[in-house]
Design a protein around this ligand. Structure first.
Ligand SMILES: [Zn+2]
Length: 147
């Protein structure tokens, strides 16, 4: 049906999230928090608000799955035999939350302002279980209306 459905079905089984509470799988969505006082949203979820410094009540919230590359860098050295080069960047989600993530975009094709979408994928293995994390890939449907 949708690209997101295809991505969900491509996750290896069994798998575990790189960290609990960062995202949901169905549909693939990052989970942030929204300040009950000033409505500032953050990722990952926080116990305080960077917008108004309020402590306390927050609402966990699913974040937009699409956004634009705010800025990026190309990484040429990485620990643990991780393949290089790769692109690391900040993505401004369509609901105004900025997320640091790997960009699954060829080094010679990435650009500031590029439309991207969330993808979940294996980032490693632990005790025979695939560890799943998040990244952003080029958005095939760049005509999506901003929220
Ligand atoms: Zn706030």
């Amino acid at each position: 049906m949708t690209v997101d459905t295809e991505l969900r079905l491509s996750l290896p089984l069994p798998y575990a999230p790189i960290r609990e509470g960062l995202f949901q799988v169905d549909p693939p969505t990052l989970l942030g928090s929204t300040c009950a006082v000033c409505r500032t949203s953050t990722f990952p979820a926080r116990d305080f608000c960077p917008g108004c410094l309020a402590d306390g009540p927050r609402q966990n919230c699913p974040l937009a799955r699409h956004g634009s590359v705010f800025t990026y860098t190309v990484v040429y050295q990485a620990p643990g035999g991780r393949p290089t080069p790769y692109v690391l960047g900040y993505v401004d989600l369509d609901d105004n939350v900025r997320v640091l993530a790997q960009l699954d975009v060829p080094v010679d094709r990435v650009s500031i302002g590029m439309r991207v979408r969330l993808v979940l994928r294996e980032v490693g293995k632990s005790h025979g279980v695939s560890v799943v994390g998040y990244a952003f890939a080029p958005d095939a449907d760049s005509k999506e209306v901003k929220q």
